[in-house]
Structure formats: C-alpha cells, structure tokens
Design a protein around this ligand. Structure first.
Ligand code: C2E
Ligand code: MG
Ligand code: MG
Ligand code: MG
Length: 290
C-alpha cells in the first residue's frame, strides 16, 4: 500500500515535470517566430528623480503576447532565448523598437526623457553589438546620451577581462551604462569601480524588507553613500509603498523606480508624465502591471 502511494506521488511529479518540459519546448520553438509574427512589445516603466519628482527616464521591458499561453514574462522567455542563441536577434529587435518608440515620443512631446534598456550577458559576446546599438541610434535619431544600457553584475563579473573592452566600446558611442540588480550577485563596489559605469541600480529585494522599519536598512544607506562617493547615480528599484518612498526621499537624492511610482505600461499610456505626488497624497490611479 505504502509503495503504491509513493508510486502515485512520483507519477504526480512526473506529470508536472513533463508539463514543464513541454511548455519549455513549445515556448522555445514559438519564440523563433515571435518577432516575425509581431508578438513582442515593449512596456515602459518610469524612473523618477526623487529630488524634483520628475520622470527622467523610462526602462524598456520586453513583453511576449503568446497566442495560446497569453503574456509570458521575460523572466521565463529571456533564459529560453539565451539557451537557443536567439538572444542576439531578439535583443537587437528590442533595442531598435524601444529606441524608435522613445525617439518618437521625445519628438512629439518635446521631452528630455532617457531610455534604459537591458542587455543580456550573451549580447556582450556578440561582436556586432556595438554596431547594432549605433545603427539603432542613427536610424531613430535618438541621441546616444539619451540611452542607458543595463547589465547585471553577474553578466559583468563572469569574465571581466572579456567584458571590459566591450563596455568601453559601448561607452565610446556616448551611451551610459548601469549596473542592474546590484546586491544580488557576488561583486563588490570596489571591483565595479574600475569599470566604466554611470548608474547603480539597487535590487528591489533590499527595499521589500523596509516596510516595518522606520529607517533605511544600514546596508542600503551605505551602498548609496559609497555609490555617491564613486560618482555613480543611484536608482533604487521596487518602491511599492508611500512609506518606502518617504524613507528614500529623506536621503535627499537619487532616483527610484517601482509600482508605486509607475507600473510598466505600453508607450501610449505613459502620458501624462505626472510628477511625484507630494507627501501624504495618494499616488495617481494605476492599472495592473503589464
Ligand atoms: P530588471 O531589469 O531588474 O527589471 C525590473 C523588473 O522588476 C521588471 O520585471 C519590473 O516589472 C519589476 N518591477 C518594477 N517595479 C517593481 C515593484 O515595485 N515591485 C515588483 N515586485 N516588481 C517591480 P519584468 O518586466 O518581469 O522583467 C524581469 C527581468 O527580465 C528584468 O529585470 C530584466 O532582467 C529581464 N528583461 C526584461 N526585458 C528585457 C530585455 O529586453 N532584454 C533582456 N536581456 N532582459 C530583459
Ligand atoms: Mg533592468
Ligand atoms: Mg533590476
Ligand atoms: Mg531583475
């Protein structure tokens, strides 16, 4: 009897595992046609200057509207693209789209809005990356200084000898570089100091825990202080509540991003660029995350 029960349990895991592997295979297959079939689009999330309350940039976040599976998150399909060598063409498509859409938006509304775009570690190995970025800028008319490329610390520190020249080549185009999800990897600010970065984005896992506390975590405070000493602009990710915002605003500087300040949304929903609400005023009405 016990044996039979155990058998059923294994069978259950078997089904679950098989379904997961199947979904994985289907999505990886379908991803090959996602660009051609126009299923990919870019959502934009505001990056807000905490001192002025203005939206100074937007981060482009890739979205996949799958005909059967609905919206698939980049957390699921970016790794598939990386496994299957698709990441370079997908990344180039994303960059061209976002740069074009933002250039048009800046033109139409006479805005000095910058664009942040994520690069996968695999894209750093692509010898055509610099040309892709340059071409996207040239085609759209977006000035290089309006583009910031985000890389996670693991992407950089995996093989610093190989990535450092690539970072410098990108920087030569006039774009700026950001370290994304800082604090989740194994690098230190001392190591990153030698690399040509302009912006440090503190991972939202540091902010999540602040809710019950009256003070910023000492770790967050010291990361911000050290980043400023190194001349880096700090963006704090994952602000979800007024309380978290207040704690960060008390530091008097920096930029932030999070659902409380604005959820990722299609470009046409970005306007109006509402300024940060004054303290104790409810945030602007929001729709669900895209
Ligand atoms: P990321 O670059 O760190 O982007 C921030 C992620 O946090 C986004 O998730 C965003 O929707 C989410 N987020 C923003 N504010 C909040 C908040 O207040 N609370 C919570 N809980 N989450 C918040 P998303 O869009 O699912 O993207 C996940 C990751 O996928 C990104 O992390 C990035 O690493 C990757 N990704 C997205 N688009 C691209 C792309 O075009 N290329 C590459 N290589 N990676 C991308
Ligand atoms: Mg990012
Ligand atoms: Mg991040
Ligand atoms: Mg992330």
């Amino acid at each position: 009897k016990a044996k039979a029960g155990g058998g059923r349990r294994y069978a259950f895991f078997d089904v679950e595992l098989r379904q997961r592997v199947q979904r994985h295979m289907v999505l990886e297959q379908d991803l090959h046609h996602a660009v051609a079939q126009d299923q990919l689009w870019v959502a934009y999330q505001p990056v807000v200057d905490l001192r002025t309350g203005r939206t100074v940039a937007v981060e482009g976040l890739l979205r996949w509207r799958h005909p059967v599976h609905g919206t698939v998150s980049p957390g699921e399909f970016i790794p598939l693209a990386e496994e299957s060598e698709l990441i370079n063409s997908l990344g180039a498509h994303m960059l061209r789209t976002a740069v074009r859409e933002l250039a048009a938006m800046r033109e139409r509304h006479r805005l000095e809005l910058r664009l942040h775009a994520n690069l996968s570690p695999r894209q750093l190995e692509d010898p055509g990356l610099q040309a892709t970025v340059q071409q996207a800028l040239a085609d759209s008319g977006l000035p290089a200084r309006a583009l910031c490329l985000e890389l996670t610390e693991n992407a950089i520190m995996y093989d610093p000898a190989a990535t450092t020249p690539v970072l410098h080549a990108l920087r030569e185009l006039g774009v700026s570089l950001a370290i994304d999800d800082f604090g989740t990897g194994h690098s230190s600010l001392a190591q990153l100091r030698r690399l040509p970065f302009d912006i440090l984005k503190i991972d939202r896992s540091f902010i999540t825990d602040l809710e019950d506390s009256d003070e910023l975590d000492v770790l967050v405070t010291s990361i911000i202080a050290m980043a400023h000493t190194l001349g880096l602009t700090v963006v704090t990710e994952g602000i979800e509540t007024a309380h978290q915002l207040d704690l960060l605003r008390d530091l008097g500087s920096g930029q932030a991003q999070g659902y409380y300040l604005g959820k990722p949304a299609p470009i046409e929903e970005l306007l109006p660029f509402s300024r940060l609400p004054p303290r104790d005023e409810p945030p602007p009405a929001e729709s669900g995350p895209q």
